[in-house]
Write a protein that binds this ligand. Structure first.
Ligand code: KIV
Ligand code: ZN
Length: 514
């Protein structure tokens, strides 16, 4: 088994076309996702990425709908991309003129054909609809355009009428026929019947445009391709009206991995394209979105991680690199020893058996209490375990404080750093600040620290209350560590907590060979 080949599900009963065209409509139907509007610049960025991925056709917008749409189409057309650029147009001469104004030479024209569209939207007879469609196709052909015709709501249109209108637009010179499942009512079995039938009836290339209202858009599109459809309309992340369209990444990867059909796209660009579209449209993918979701290659259960570490195909249908994603081992209540070992190795942390068991137990306990254990949590837990067994490189040897009215509080701190005693005095806005400034000065040759968080809590009542200080510090490498200390003296508790976190940072640096 190779990395890219799981199981070839393609068989002799399937009639895949020799060449399958990918028609991406992220910039048109995808932009019709409720709440999404892309600027000209954003459309250009997405178009360039789609082109680099290698899609055959990009529907750049609906030029008749606004001046901005014409401008963005024009700008994309001026880039000289390899992908063919298309624009949407109603079956109206003025819409087709807007396609020409936008410097596009491929029009995707449509008219509603179902009884619902005829009666409640267009208020047109079947004859009038045919006449309108035929005129539009003829007008576009007369202007030298390549013409794709969509019978909007085709899957709820009487079969006879669908055959009729398709036949008429073919006579008018149409180049591609498209079957929109406008409200996503198809199932794979019915798709099989419809597409096989249309393929027998017509010689003109057949395209499909399937919506995802029942969650079947990708399955239906694959079925259509199995039955000989020549082109699939898709969108990045499955964006589009309501619940969206067939997802580009799902279709292309299923064809490649499950059917062994390589469309020649650079699939390693899929993940970054998905992220870009998610960022620009504001529509973030759920973690469990196939192919590009955060969990697409994430594993927590001990059994799965064990398998993955031996051979990733045990619990993954393909390598994450195929789509430019990466594998993630997540720690939690289902974590097994193998996962923890591999994580510790990733962070260069060596624990003895006893320390390992304690860290393992703590992670399980956190998981049982409903918490997800991040990598930062693991490093903090493991380093804390290590630090309880090590000699501390920096030790507090002395502290003097002075304050009064009209003078800044001053702290004199003596530290032993790697066996050498050093002392300095510093001022601050208060005694804690003064002491921390003194520490920073004393350790400046050893490390640069930033105090990211400082929390002080009284854990018992009264004037002799115990103070608990919790801090998070970071170093210049971006490592973070926690420190904690409890003392009756707030300044002392603060200094010891900060030193605790500094000592852990030193340990992390040592583990990483900085
Ligand atoms: O879903 C649909 O029917 C469409 C048409 C414009 C083709 O997007
Ligand atoms: Zn649509």
């Amino acid at each position: 088994m190779t990395k890219d080949d799981v199981k070839n599900l393609k068989n002799e009963d399937m009639n895949f076309a020799d060449k399958i065209y990918i028609f991406d409509t992220t910039l048109r139907d995808g932009e019709q996702t409720p709440g999404v509007a892309l600027t000209v610049d954003e459309k250009i960025q997405i178009a360039q990425k789609l082109n680099n991925l290698g899609v055959d056709k990009i529907e750049v917008g609906f030029p008749a709908s606004s001046k901005g749409e014409i401008e963005s189409a024009k700008k994309i057309a001026s880039l000289g991309l390899d992908s063919t650029l298309a624009g949407l147009a109603r079956s109206l001469n003025s819409d087709i003129d807007a396609i020409i104004d936008a410097d596009l030479d491929y029009v995707h024209t449509f008219i509603g054909t179902s009884p619902l569209h005829r009666e409640f939207k267009l208020k047109m007879s079947q004859e009038k609809i045919i006449e309108t469609a035929v005129n539009a196709v003829g007008y576009a052909k007369d202007h030298g355009l390549t013409v794709e015709f969509s019978a909007e709501d085709a899957t709820r249109t009487e079969k006879d009428f669908l055959l009729n209108i398709f036949g008429e637009v073919i006579d008018a010179g149409v180049d591609v026929l498209d079957v929109p499942d406008t409200v996503g009512v198809l199932t794979p079995v019915y798709t099989h019947e419809l597409v096989s039938y249309l393929k027998k009836e017509f010689d003109v290339p057949l395209s499909v445009h399937f919506h995802n209202d029942f969650g079947l858009a990708t399955a239906n599109t694959l079925t259509a391709l199995e039955c000989g459809a020549n082109q699939a309309h898709v969108t990045v992340n499955g964006l589009g009206e309501r619940t969206g369209n067939c997802s580009l990444e799902e279709l292309v990867i299923t064809l490649k991995v499950a059917y062994g059909i390589d469309l020649g796209l650079d699939t390693s660009r899929l993940y970054s394209l998905s992220k870009l579209v998610g960022r620009l449209t504001g529509v973030k993918m759920p973690v469990n979105k196939p192919i590009v979701g955060d969990n697409a290659f994430a594993h927590e259960s001990g059994i799965h991680v064990h398998g993955i570490l031996n051979n990733s195909f045990t619990y993954e249908p393909m390598a994450p690199e195929l789509v430019g994603h990466s594998r993630r081992i997540v720690l939690g209540k289902h974590t097994g020893a193998n996962a923890l070992k591999s994580k510790l190795k990733e962070y260069h942390i060596d624990l003895n058996q006893d320390q390992f068991c304690k860290v393992f137990d703590e992670i399980k306990n956190l998981g049982d209490s409903g918490k997800c254990v991040t990598d930062d949590d693991l490093v903090a837990i493991a380093v804390t375990e290590l630090s309880s067994a090590r000699e501390t490189p920096i030790v507090l040897k002395g502290l003097g404080l002075s304050s009064g009215t009209g003078v800044s509080p001053t702290a004199t701190v003596k530290l032993e750093i790697d066996g050498v005693e050093k002392e300095t005095a510093s001022t601050g806005v208060g005694p804690v600040d003064a002491a921390l400034n003194a520490i920073r000065e004393l350790i400046q040759d050893t490390m640069d620290i930033e105090l990211e968080e400082y929390n002080l809590e009284a854990i018992t009542g009264g004037t002799d209350a115990l103070a608990e200080v919790f801090v998070i510090s970071s170093d210049s490498y971006g490592n973070k560590s926690t420190g904690r200390s409890t003392n009756q003296d707030i300044v002392m508790a603060s200094i010891l907590a900060v030193l605790d976190s500094i000592n852990k940072l030193l340990l992390i640096q040592k583990n990483n060979n900085y």
